[in-house]
Design a protein around this ligand. Structure first.
Ligand SMILES: Cc1cc2nc3c(=O)[nH]c(=O)nc-3n(C[C@H](O)[C@H](O)[C@H](O)COP(=O)(O)OP(=O)(O)OC[C@H]3O[C@@H](n4cnc5c(N)ncnc54)[C@H](O)[C@@H]3O)c2cc1C
Length: 455
């Protein structure tokens, strides 16, 4: 029998999840010394994961990586199964029949909860719900937001919290140049929100913001910035922490924060940082009316400073609360999953069960390492996994059925509607064609609208 990975018997890999990790993995497999056929499975008709549905619409440069992913989409030994969710449209057992190796790169889309009373009130949402809405995720759980209140509170101190605050403070004219869908721009234009609080349990030095995102706030029109004075009084440990190599962002954005003192009080929008504050409860009669934050002090050595309550609280009247405290992965039937940290157990990309390697099963991206790093981090991460697949090639079980066309036919006969990359490009072209003015595209809002382009 021919060797797996030779031109007579190419290695067939199913990559599941068409975000950055999935696309980088596909690209690296196709560029490898061994002969590969790669099929990329994606739950939605549209590929690119968080590059399309996470990255803020006012960050168009971040989306240019799509051009690179599209080159992979055009490769000969590559095929795309959009609109095909592993676990519902196709099972792991079926993938095993058709592929010698399976690589899971389904990301971490499940929001972490605050776990405080009142979190379930109307008006209290996860960052993911709001971001999916403003980025026109076509399989939305929550299709509308009431933006009639004057104050929103974002809980979390990472760039995602900044994205939300920025989107709420932008003028409709600024948004009109982005790929944000027109009905969403109209909704934001009618918003009454004037003040956005960004609350974090520790201080500015410990925040995970990056400095370009903080500096970018300067470009918001008619917006004033404020910071609680107690947070700016750094102690010796904070000063020591600022010197750490990995705190170069904090070193750069601290002077920006210092400039927030004395900003105009008559600005149209206000962004107010409340550091050293943790939410303890959200209150309201059926919907959010206020949030109570406890005041913290930091203790412990530089590098591992912990927030501890000083026994005081403050209450902010608000109509919206967005929790922005991280993500977890979602489990998929037939794939090992660690409920505790919310990802797939693995050693350098080889999936493990009770510490033992699960032959032919691999992982990359956020579902492998947790929700950290930028788009490019997933390239390094996928490379580690692909090296393992190449190392393992001789030990893999050869799948009995080696035709992607046969799988596509099987799915169609089961009533599924897998779409290929040419289909996706038709949807993509249709979005671009219906855009008006300076908009690069007018996104479809639902899966049905996307599929209707193909009918
Ligand atoms: C709000 C937000 C903003 C961000 N902004 C930036 C930024 O400006 N710059 C930057 O560099 N990084 C940014 N990031 C980080 C970056 O988006 C991530 O590093 C990256 O997207 C992670 O890649 P991934 O492929 O692991 O996951 P994802 O991008 O989430 O892709 C996973 C894919 O798997 C699919 N999928 C899930 N389940 C299944 C299933 N069962 N079957 C088939 N398919 C499935 C999903 O639909 C998705 O397309 C941002 C992240 C977030 C959350």
């Amino acid at each position: 029998m021919a060797k797996l990975g030779s031109s007579e018997l190419p290695l067939r890999v199913a990559v599941v999840g068409a975000g950055p990790a999935g696309f980088y993995a596909a690209e690296l497999l196709l560029r490898n010394d061994i002969e590969c056929e790669v099929d990329l499975f994606e739950a939605l008709p549209c590929p690119y994961g968080l590059v399309r549905h996470g990255v803020a619409p006012d960050h168009p440069k971040m989306r240019t990586v799509i051009n690179r992913f599209d080159k992979t989409g055009d490769e000969e030994n590559f095929s795309y199964f959009g609109n095909t969710r592993l676990g519902t449209d196709i099972s792991v057992d079926t993938l095993r029949e058709y592929y010698d190796a399976i690589l899971i790169s389904t990301g971490s889309q499940k929001p972490r909860r605050l776990g405080i009373p009142g979190e379930e009130l109307e008006g209290s949402y996860s960052a993911e719900q709001f971001i999916n809405w403003y980025n026109a995720h076509p399989a939305l759980e929550l299709k509308d937001f009431d933006l009639s209140c004057e104050t929103a509170v974002v809980v979390g101190n990472g760039n995602v919290a900044l994205d939300i605050a920025r989107i709420l403070a932008h003028t409709p004219e600024e948004l009109a140049k982005t790929d944000m869908a027109t009905p969403i721009i109209e909704k934001l234009a009618a918003s009454n929100i004037k003040t956005v609080y960004i609350a974090g349990r520790r201080g500015p030095v410990q925040a995970s913001f990056t400095s370009p995102e903080i500096r970018e706030f300067d470009q918001l029109e008619n917006t004033a910035f404020h910071i609680n004075a107690d947070a700016m009084a750094l102690d010796a440990e904070d000063q020591e922490e600022l010197e750490f190599k990995d705190h170069n962002h904090a070193r750069k954005f601290m002077p920006v924060f210092e400039g927030y003192d004395g900003q105009p009080s008559d600005a149209k929008h206000h962004i107010k940082f409340r550091f050293l504050r943790s939410p303890v409860s959200i209150e309201g009669d059926g919907k959010v009316e206020q949030i109570t934050l406890q005041t913290n002090r930091l203790s412990g050595p530089a590098g591992s400073r912990k927030a501890k309550s000083i026994g005081e609280t403050e209450t902010i009247s608000c109509g919206l609360v967005f929790s922005c405290i991280g993500y977890r992965g979602r489990s998929i039937e037939g794939i090992p999953f660690d409920e505790q940290w919310g990802g797939i157990p693995n050693v350098e990309g080889r999936v493990t069960v009770d510490g033992k390697v699960h032959t032919g099963l691999y992982t990359s991206g956020w579902i492998k390492r947790g929700p950290s790093g930028v788009i490019g981090t997933n390239k390094v991460d996928s490379k580690e996994t692909i090296l393992k697949i190449v190392e393992d090639v001789e030990t893999l079980n050869v799948a009995p059925n080696r035709s992607s066309d046969a799988l596509r036919e099987q799915l169609v006969s089961e009533g599924k509607r897998p779409i290929d990359f040419a289909d996706w490009k038709k949807i993509d072209d249709a979005e671009v064609a219906r855009a008006k003015g300076d908009k690069p595209r007018e996104k479809f809002l639902t899966v049905e609208e996307m599929l209707a382009v193909l009918d």
